[in-house]
Every structure is written in structure tokens, then in C-alpha cells.
Design a protein around this ligand. Structure first.
Ligand SMILES: *Cc1c(COP(=O)(O)O)cnc(C)c1O
Length: 423
């Protein structure tokens, strides 16, 4: 046992036990929340390194505090690697997470009250895309576009064009947290150009799949700004990265600091630098493709078990199961049953969901974390069985008990990076 564990046990038993419990939970459970992943052991170490002690307000070469020779090195590395990886002209790696990252872009490039065209929350957009409960939703005038059932559940660009002509947005925003398809960035760009709007893609969920050349890169279609978290498919520490064209570099940097934040978290920036280097390797490209292959296998197996998927499948790392239509259970009840089986998923609203957010119509599943552990096609088929059988039993205690021991046994064969295997 490393000595920090001994210290923690002696000084704070409650937190020590919670840490052990969380490790056991992550080791013994199947993680299917599509926004989660297991970061690299090197990143875990860097997060706990002395870089956390350092204040680095400002940017490399122009900081407000001394002692920056090594923090400047890691931030420059992270910025250069981000630009190379995503074919971007400028990168800011300081946002403390995905939400402040998006806020910094809106506040840096627009004026309060400006109109932003963004994807509706229930159709897959994120809270920070102007959901009425978010502060950004009060500060800016969001117009929300939707997916169309008549279009196979995809975005209808004729409708989007008509909407853009009507509301004259200053910014056209795309990207999603709950939409199982790739996006046609060229169409977004042509609509934005027609009305003189800026373009922004928030690829927080699938930045790693773009880095791995498995999904399209909006910057290749001429987008002005792209934002991504570093901790989802990219597998890094929790943080945000803004990528943009050179002409917006000054506005974006000033908006992140001093506009929105104080000192960046340099322990995170160090982890981001390592993550971006790893994401440029052939191994990571193979990983990105496997994530999507596993998602296809899981989606198809679920449909073979009679489950109804929104849009009828997936082209990325995630899928949304309509549990009400499939088995007559709301997403909250389904999430609880799956938790008992050792499968972690999240309840999810579906397009124009008539049900409330805590008892929505579905669940959202994704394969980035399971793929990181090394799970492949056989495991995806087994997981589909665990899900379908447990939900169909409506959480019958005997069924759940049997399935839980199957899932724990499967997990034992796939150690979690950064957790010592059970002895
Ligand atoms: C996760 C996510 C965010 C926010 O990231 P946090 O780190 O949770 O603040 C923003 N946009 C999209 C599309 C996301 O999926």
C-alpha cells in the first residue's frame, strides 16, 4: 500500500473508506455512462503532483507571478499538441471544465442578448447550450433547433436554414451530449455563412473520436471555434480546451483569463499535455475506432433483444434506449435496476420527452470507458443481455442477483487503469 494510503487511513478514515469503495465500484461495475472514461495512470499521478501548488495567472511568457519556467513549458506543450492534433490555429487549455469553456466562448465573442442558434436539450444539446435553467440561457437569446422523426431522427437542414433566416443568429452552435449520429459540419457552415453568423462546434463528448480520426473534424469544414472537454473520449484529466482560428485567439484568451477565471489548474494542464500526446498515437486511433465498433455491436445486440433505440442505432460512441417503449419502465427505474446489476448508465430525456427529467423515457449508454478496459465484442453482447434481461424482469431480485454475479465476474478479467487489481 503506498504511504499516502497509510496516512489517509490514520488521519481520515471516512475519506479513506470512501476512496476504497469507489475503487471497488469502478473495478466491479460496467461503466456505460458515455461521458465517463478511465484516465491514464500517468495523468492520475500528475493530478496529485506539485503542479497543483502553483499559481500561473496569465499565459506562457506573460504571467502575473514568478517561478513559471516549468509551468510555461507544460502549457506550451499542451497548446502546441492541441493545435497539431485538431489541426487548429490556436488553443486555450485553461478552462477549468467544459461549462466555463463554453461560457468563455459566448462571453468572449458575443454581446449579452445576442442570438445563438443551438440544439434543443431534449434533442441532444447540452445544458450550456442555453437550457432555460442555465445562466447562459438568461444572458443570451438562444433559439433551439430540433431533430426530425420524419428524417430518421436526424437534423433537418432545410428547417435549420429557415430558422436561421428567421432569427438571424450571431452564432450557430452545434455539438451534443445525447445524439447518436455524426454531424454534417459543412451544412452548418453554409447556413451560418448565409446569415453572417460565427460557427462553433462543442465536441466535448467526442473530441477523442475526432482526434482518433473516427469522426469528422468541424475545423476541417472551416468552423471558427471548436470546444472539447479533455476528460470524456479524450481520456484526460477533467478540463476544457478551446480551439479557434487565429483571428479569435486574443478574444478567447482574454475571455478565459481574466474574463472568467483566475489561476489555471497547472496539475490538470500537465495531464492534458500528456493526454494530447497519447491521443496522437496509432494506439489511440485504434482505440477510437474500437469505441465506435463496440457501440455498433452493443446497439445491434440490444435491438436483437427487442430494445428500441432513438434513431434506430448509432454512428458514434453512444446510444439512447427508449425504455418506456421497450419494457414499460421509465429511465430512472431502469437506471436503478442496472445499478443493482453492476451496470452504470444514466437516465435520459428523449426528443420532446413528455415525461419529467427524473423519470424520463430512456437511458443513455456509451462504450468509451468499457473499451478503455479492453472490453470487445463478446463483452458487448453479454452486456446487452444483462441490460435486456434485467430490465425485462423489472428488477426481479433473483434475476438481478444472478446477473450481478455474471457482470462482476466479467469485470474481474478487465482491470481498471490506475487501480491495483484485486488480490
Ligand atoms: C460534458 C459536456 C459539457 C460540459 O462539461 P463539464 O466538464 O461537465 O462542465 C459541455 N458541452 C457538452 C456537449 C458536453 O457533453
Amino acid at each position: 500500500m503506498p504511504s499516502f494510503r497509510n496516512e489517509l487511513h490514520l488521519n481520515d478514515l471516512e475519506v479513506a473508506l470512501a476512496l476504497e469503495g469507489e475503487e471497488r465500484r469502478q473495478q466491479d461495475g460496467v461503466e456505460l455512462i458515455p461521458s465517463e472514461n478511465y484516465t491514464y495512470p500517468e495523468v492520475l499521478e500528475l493530478l496529485g503532483s506539485v503542479f497543483t501548488n502553483k499559481y500561473s495567472e496569465g499565459y506562457p511568457g506573460r504571467r502575473y507571478y514568478g517561478g513559471q519556467e516549468f509551468t510555461d513549458q507544460i502549457e506550451n506543450l499542451a497548446r502546441q499538441r492541441a493545435c497539431a492534433l485538431f489541426r487548429a490555429e490556436h488553443a486555450n487549455v485553461q478552462p477549468l471544465s467544459g461549462s466555463p469553456m463554453n461560457q468563455a466562448v459566448y462571453l468572449g465573442l458575443l454581446q449579452p442578448g445576442d442570438t445563438i442558434l443551438a440544439m434543443d436539450l431534449s434533442h441532444g444539446g447540452h445544458l450550456t447550450h442555453g437550457a432555460p435553467v442555465s445562466h447562459m440561457g438568461r444572458l443570451f437569446n438562444f433559439a433551439r433547433y430540433k431533430t426530425q422523426p420524419s428524417n430518421g431522427g436526424a437534423i433537418d437542414f432545410d428547417e435549420l436554414r429557415a430558422m436561421a433566416r428567421n432569427v438571424r443568429p450571431k452564432l450557430v452552435l452545434c455539438g451534443y451530449s445525447s445524439y447518436p449520429r455524426d454531424l454534417d459540419y459543412a451544412s452548418f457552415k453554409s447556413i451560418a455563412d448565409e446569415v453572417g453568423a460565427l460557427t462553433m462546434a462543442d465536441v466535448s463528448h467526442y473530441g477523442g473520436l475526432i482526434a482518433g480520426n473516427a469522426l469528422r473534424n468541424p475545423l476541417d469544414a472551416g468552423f471558427d471555434v471548436m470546444t472539447t472537454t479533455s476528460h470524456k473520449t479524450l481520456r484526460g484529466p477533467r478540463g476544457g480546451i478551446v480551439l479557434c482560428r487565429r483571428e479569435f485567439a486574443g478574444k478567447i484568451d482574454a475571455s478565459v483569463f481574466p474574463g472568467l477565471q483566475g489561476g489555471p489548474h497547472m496539475n490538470v494542464v500537465a495531464g492534458t499535455a500528456v493526454t494530447l500526446k497519447k491521443a496522437s498515437t496509432p494506439d489511440f486511433h485504434a482505440y477510437a475506432k474500437l469505441v465506435m465498433r463496440n457501440a455498433k455491436v452493443l446497439a445491434e445486440a440490444l435491438m436483437e433483444h427487442g430494445m428500441t433505440l432513438i434513431t434506430g442505432g448509432t454512428d458514434n460512441h453512444m446510444m439512447v434506449v427508449d425504455t418506456v417503449a421497450s419494457v414499460g419502465l421509465d429511465g430512472g427505474a431502469a437506471e436503478n435496476i442496472l445499478d443493482a446489476v453492476g451496470v452504470t448508465a444514466n437516465k435520459q430525456i428523449i426528443p420532446d420527452d413528455p415525461r419529467p427529467p427524473l423519470k424520463p423515457s430512456g437511458i443513455r449508454l456509451g462504450t468509451p470507458a468499457a473499451t478503455t478496459r479492453g472490453m470487445g465484442e463478446p463483452e458487448m453482447r453479454l452486456i446487452a443481455e444483462l441490460i435486456a434481461e434485467s430490465l425485462r424482469s423489472k428488477g426481479d431480485a433473483a434475476v438481478v442477483k444472478r446477473l450481478r454475479s455474471n457482470s462482476v465476474e466479467m469485470c474481474r478479467a478487465f482491470p481498471v487503469p490506475g487501480i491495483a487489481p484485486p488480490s
